[in-house]
Design a binder for this molecule. Structure first.
Ligand code: ADP
Ligand code: ADP
Ligand code: ZN
Length: 212
């Protein structure tokens, strides 16, 4: 199964991606996670990306296109892939089409998690992350033990870009640069809209039904 997950910041892409990746046994490729790992490791890429990320702006297209091209070439993608957070601009989507043609793994479906309301802000400001990529919410999806990841026992942290100013910027960037991709993919006939409100497990069940 070759999937792109689409939706605004806070829609629940990462949360659903973790479940889908296990269910379908395909790698979860989150460009946000890849960039944050590079920032943590202090790589050249991380140093370049951090300034954009902390401000809530997009990292330049050519950087992301390089990342995704390399990642999709890795052997675990033979069984499929689940892209989360890429593409975010029209040039990124065009590049993806070319890359997927070259490797012969065209997209099966674009899942658009439809969720645009005030709750996005509280979802993002209450989000707590683990470096293993799992995200929690202090009210809506708390870990079993306060501040500790259920999966790996790691210490949870708040992302620098989950503070109000950067959140507002990210929502603006989404509507200006990323939302136009909905029309882009709607025309290809492989887009499925999923209502992103309600219980996490109910949304997952809707996604699975849509994929079957
Ligand atoms: P995205 O990857 O789209 O930015 P996340 O999956 O990280 O979004 O979810 C954002 C925040 O909202 C996290 O704190 C997550 O625990 C919480 N969350 C995800 N799905 C739901 C839901 N259906 N209802 C309430 N909170 C949710
Ligand atoms: P969200 O939870 O808001 O959907 P992500 O974790 O996907 O956020 O991304 C965090 C930040 O990483 C973005 O605000 C941006 O700076 C950078 N980033 C991630 N993916 C991309 C991309 N495809 N293009 C440009 N920048 C990206
Ligand atoms: Zn963890």
């Amino acid at each position: 199964m070759n999937i792109v997950l689409f939706g605004p910041p806070g829609a629940g892409k990462g949360t659903q991606a973790k479940k889908l990746s296990e269910h379908y046994n395909i790698p979860h490729i989150s460009t946000g996670d890849i960039l944050r790992a590079n920032v943590r490791d202090g790589t050249e890429l991380g140093l370049e990306a951090k300034g954009y990320m902390d401000k809530g702006k997009l990292v330049p297209d050519e950087v992301l296109i390089g990342i995704i091209k390399n990642r999709l070439a890795e052997p675990d993608c033979v069984s499929g892939y689940l892209l989360d957070g890429y593409p975010r601009t029209i040039p990124q989507a065009d590049a993806l089409t070319g890359i997927l043609e070259d490797i012969g793994k065209p997209l099966d479906v674009v899942l658009n998690i439809d969720f645009t309301n005030d709750e996005l802000l509280s979802r993002l400001s209450g989000r707590r992350m683990c470096t293993c990529g799992v995200s929690y919410h202090i009210d809506f999806n708390p870990p079993k033990q306060n501040g500790i990841c259920d999966v790996c026992g790691g210490k949870l942290y708040q992302r620098d870009d989950d503070k109000e100013e950067a959140i507002m910027q990210r929502l603006e960037v989404y509507s200006e640069q990323t939302q136009p991709l909905i029309d882009y993919y709607a025309n290809t006939g492989i887009m499925v809209n999923i209502d992103g409100s309600g219980d996490i497990d109910d949304i997952f069940a809707d996604i699975c039904k849509a994929l079957e």
